[in-house]
Design a protein around this ligand. Structure first.
Ligand code: SF4
Length: 489
């Protein structure tokens, strides 16, 4: 194996070479640049999952693969095989750097301006063969958005390059994360040509390396985030340093008015591709998990009906693509036989939970089991006509989802039955607006059903979203409308 770097197990940011220790064993995470996996890679992942007690392959909110419940380190032979199929970096020390994100519909999206897949592959190749980048925070993250309808521009990344059409030319607009953990990156008014994007990223990474080395001389432990550098220097000084390293100049331009309304679950279900006669299908993975056997069967399905590629999404589900349109019904039937769904409005489509008690000792509740029970209850008792994003978190850290959800359920540490604090809508805070109500898990399915039924009955019109509905009411009004006082404390 081509690594001579001494690595040790980590409590945070697990990778493939550096597992983290969780409640249920070792946890490894594999970077999947752009979320694209071929058949050989899917088979290698299944083989790795066979060694885990969990029995699951998990898709994370960065479109990584995660395997939990390993009782021993991944063997050298297995690591070498993963390197051979392109699932592990040639240099172990840079493998922990965050996955490179792209739209899961890159290259097939009818609305895209640019196919970002070659750029993602090229940046990955460059990043993972630069040993000096190992000094960077493992949270260093880059995203390419090619203007697809399935946009990733608001996903939390240090750097996003977002395609824009300007005067008949496609350019990338540079966005940098200037805010907090989980914030979307902000436009900093810089435009570059696609062929300039890699030199731009390289210049940024090199400046960030130099800064990190300086900081580490003073603070021996903590690696700074890119946003620490931006706060320290200010954006304009930073940009000046970057452009000074480039062999080209860039355009500066104010951001256009943003009228884009992002719908994060629109890729689920069946959609036509930009390639005539072909469709893609977004498959719901309950809580981002697939049993290893389901994973194998989906791989077989992709190989039989299309090009054998699975595309992971940062919404913890996946796409099968390049399906000849006449075969769509057969593929859908086989997916449903696997116990999976393809509808964006299925209650499982937008429920998110952190690892909870089984995987994390900080958790107050068994978020995963509780989330599955709630989704099953809603599937049995309700029909949704819009996706509603429900987020279970075992503590305030909110690992599973950094942005506000429609309904957030925060586990509370107390004796006896699992208890949750309920939040709805958006007020700029991490979880949203507190209903100032706690609720035991026995009560929760009925309460959430009641909340959703009220929204469906009282919304202005069928297109009013859950979030818009709750945001236009005061909390006191909502409590009255939801009429949950009798059920909860
Ligand atoms: S949100 Fe809290 S409980 Fe859940 S995985 Fe993260 S640290 Fe653990």
């Amino acid at each position: 194996m081509s690594s001579n770097v001494a690595l040790s197990k980590s409590a945070i940011c697990p990778g493939l070479f550096v597992p983290s220790i969780a409640q249920d064993g070792l946890l490894v995470r594999l970077r999947i640049p752009g979320g694209l996996l071929n058949v050989a890679q899917c088979e290698a992942i299944a083989a790795l999952a066979d060694d885990a007690d969990s029995g699951f392959v998990e898709v994370t909110n960065r479109a990584n693969i995660q395997i939990r419940g390993l009782q021993a380190d991944v063997s050298i032979e297995a690591l070498e095989h993963l390197q051979a199929v392109g699932l592990a970096s040639p240099i172990a020390a840079v493998d922990a750097l965050r996955n490179i994100m792209g739209s899961p519909t890159a290259g097939i999206d009818r609305q895209q301006l640019l196919d970002t897949r070659p750029l993602i592959a090229a940046w990955n190749e460059y990043l993972t063969t630069r040993p000096d980048f190992a000094v960077l925070s493992p949270k260093f993250s880059v995203c390419f958005d090619g203007g697809e309808a399935v946009s990733v521009r608001d996903r939390p990344n240090d750097i996003s390059l977002v395609a824009e059409a300007i005067d008949h030319e496609i350019l990338f607009r540079l966005h940098l994360n200037l805010g907090d953990r989980g914030d979307a990156p902000c436009d900093v008014g810089v435009l570059v040509k696609p062929q300039e994007s890699l030199p731009l990223l390289s210049a940024i990474a090199e400046i960030y390396c130099d800064y990190t080395e300086q900081v580490l001389k003073i603070e021996k432990q903590r690696k700074p985030r890119l946003r620490d550098l931006l706060h320290d220097w200010g954006v304009e000084l930073f940009l000046q340093q970057v452009v000074d390293r480039l062999p080209f100049s860039w355009q500066r331009s104010e951001s256009p008015a943003n009228t884009l309304l992002l719908n994060h679950y629109q890729h689920l279900g069946v959609h036509s591709q930009r390639q005539a006669g072909f469709s893609y299908m977004g498959v719901v993975l309950p809580l981002g998990r697939l049993e290893t056997q389901q994973w194998r069967e989906l791989t077989t399905l992709a190989a039989r009906y299309s090009n054998g590629i699975l595309r992971l999404t940062p919404w913890q589900n996946l796409l099968l693509t390049d399906i000849p349109t006449p075969k769509v019904a057969a593929v859908q039937a086989e997916i449903e036989q696997l116990g999976l769904y393809v509808s964006a409005t299925h209650p499982h489509s937008a429920i998110v939970a952190c690892s909870g008690l089984s995987g994390c000792k900080a958790s107050a509740t068994d978020t995963q089991e509780n989330a599955l029970t709630l989704a099953n209850h809603l599937a049995e008792h309700l029909t949704l006509d819009r996706s509603i994003n429900i987020h279970f978190s075992g503590c305030e850290k909110s690992c599973a989802q950094h942005h506000t959800s429609d309904i957030a359920l925060l586990g509370i540490a107390q004796e006896g039955e699992a208890t949750y604090q309920i939040y709805v809508g958006d007020d700029g805070s991490k979880f949203g607006r507190s209903l100032d109500k706690t609720c035991t898990f026995t009560q929760l399915p009925t309460v959430i059903e009641q909340i959703i039924r009220t929204y469906q009955a009282k919304r202005f019109h069928p297109n009013e979203t859950f979030r818009a509905f709750v945001n236009r009411h005061e909390i006191a009004e909502l409590k009255q409308l939801f009429n949950i006082a009798q059920v909860v404390s």
